[in-house]
Each structure stands twice: as C-alpha cells, then as structure tokens.
Design a protein around this ligand. Structure first.
Ligand code: THU
Length: 144
C-alpha cells in the first residue's frame, strides 16, 4: 500500500519531534525516527547514547523496539531525520547497517518504505530491499 503525501509529511514531522528527545552528549548528532504500522499507529524513537559507547541505540531501533514491545510488528514505513545538534540545514541521514538488519527481521523488504528527509518537503523514499539488497534473514536458518 503506497503512502499518501499527507502520511509522508506527518511521518517526517513526527521524526523531527522525536529528534528533540535525542540523548547525545558524546556525538552531538541527533536522530529522530517515526515508524508507521499497518493499523496507522506511529511509534517515535530517538538515539540514546552511553558513556560506554557500545550500548548506544539508534533512533530507528528505539522506534522499532518500542512497537515490538507493545505487540505491534506490522510495519509500513519509517521516516528518519538526523543532524548535528545546532544544524539548521540537514543532510540526508540514512539508517545504519545494524538498523537495516533489524528492519529485515520484521519487515517485508520489498514493501517496507524508508523515508530519509532533510525537511518536510525534501525527502527520498527507498524500499528496504533498495538499501539492503542481499540480506540475512530467518529464511537462511531454515534447513535445506
Ligand atoms: N545513529 C542513529 O540514531 N541512527 C542511524 O541509523 C545512524 C546513527 C546515531 C547513533 C549515534 O548516537 C549517533 O547517531 C552518531 O553515530
């Protein structure tokens, strides 16, 4: 099911809202994500850093894990915005490899849409398959 222009704009706006909550004392790079489920719920996430660095979690996984932990695993799209704390002009901030792998776990790679945005009006949309064309999934774990 394709996203409407209104849905895209709302998701980008929610990602900017989520970014406000980012906890980033080490990188000062703030990311926000907004995840749309098939039943039209939106889960927001931000990146949360840690003094020990590796426990840091990305905005995308925060949003996905919030949804999964509340029983929702049917995802349509995610929007992502990111930039340094004082940036006014944003660059596109694509999802890292770990987040793409987590998306593979829960999403239909040909249908799930990833919106990366600089602003409400400037965005690019990819499918998960565009961004991770050859992936490792639960299919690989099935016996031959
Ligand atoms: N980050 C995200 O939140 N999402 C990504 O997909 C890439 C990176 C965060 C992690 C870290 O807090 C900061 O951006 C700099 O890497």
């Amino acid at each position: 099911m394709n996203l409407t222009e209104d849905e895209i704009r709302e998701l980008i706006k929610e990602a900017f809202d989520a970014r406000e909550m980012a906890y980033t004392p080490y990188s000062n790079f703030k990311v926000g994500a907004a995840l749309l489920t098939s039943n039209k719920k939106i889960y927001k996430g931000c990146n949360i850093e840690n003094a020990s660095f590796s426990p840091t979690i990305c905005a995308e996984r925060t949003a996905i894990f919030k949804a999964v932990s509340e029983g929702n695993r049917d995802f349509r799209a995610i929007s992502i915005v990111g930039g340094k704390v004082n940036d006014t002009n944003f660059n596109y901030s694509p999802p890292c490899g770990v987040c793409r792998q987590v998306m593979v776990e829960f999403c239909d790679i040909e249908k799930f849409m990833i919106i990366i945005a600089k602003s409400i009006d400037e965005y690019k949309i990819y499918t998960l398959k565009d961004l991770l064309p050859i992936s490792f999934s639960n299919k690989e774990l099935e016996s031959q």
